[in-house]
Design a protein around this ligand. Structure first.
Ligand code: MLT
Length: 212
């Protein structure tokens, strides 16, 4: 279903009929720069054919390319905009759960690049909103003054050893930040750069299966 209501253009695909409701969760799919609400639907279905999928389009345009928040340059974020957009996205998730009737406590973000960065920001600014998050090629969104307690929240980080946009030292800073918030971290190093690979998709699928 394509919708422009609830503040974000988005797609919502309910879990297929016959799913075990006690195990059901919703994957919140967050695309990278230049993507849209359609981009990650196939990935979501690959990760878990039984999950509901909620996929918004980022509202910021950079030279016509949708993003979830503004940046001042490559890797330099407009932190005020990031925080405001993070709260907007959080409100969208809550509103969508009421509209579509999915469990707001069983939402797992799957974000790539810019989408991973706003997913990281959601973890930091709205602890407890996400049941978990797969951050694929993420950066540190910002360092909060007070580190939230995310004890027990499963978080997957997929990082490329040759990623020039989110290079290994950036991943290590993010991992240290997430560990200081006590998340249940799964870190997967990949041989490639700033793109998704089959190996990464398999690793996320396995992480989902074991964690939820
Ligand atoms: C960002 O701006 O969020 C990161 O630089 C990743 C990207 O979208 O290129």
């Amino acid at each position: 279903m394509e919708k422009s209501s609830l503040g974000f253009l988005h797609r919502y695909l309910p879990a297929p009929a016959g799913q075990d409701a006690s195990r059901a969760y919703t994957l919140l799919l967050l695309h990278g720069t230049g993507g849209d609400e359609h981009d990650l639907l196939d990935l979501g279905r690959m990760l878990d054919p039984g999950a509901a999928l909620l996929s918004p389009r980022g509202k910021v345009l950079e030279h016509g390319m949708p993003r979830f928040f503004r940046r001042l340059a490559e890797g330099v974020f407009d932190i005020d905009d990031l925080k405001q957009r993070t709260y907007e996205l959080a409100d969208f998730i809550t509103a969508a759960s009421k509209t579509y009737g999915f469990d707001a406590h069983r939402v797992i973000a799957v974000g790539f690049s810019n989408g991973a960065n706003i997913a990281g920001s959601l973890l930091l600014l709205r602890p407890g909103l996400l049941a978990g998050a797969a951050l694929l090629h993420p950066m540190v969104p910002f360092v909060p003054q007070v580190i939230p307690d995310l004890a027990g929240t499963p978080v997957f980080v997929g990082a490329g050893r040759h990623d020039s946009i989110a290079p290994p030292p950036e991943t290590e800073r993010l991992v240290a930040l997430l560990e200081s918030a006590h998340v249940q971290l799964t870190l997967q190093w990949l041989p490639g750069g700033h793109s998704l690979s089959h190996e990464e998709v398999r690793a996320v699928r396995e992480w989902l299966r074991q964690s939820f």
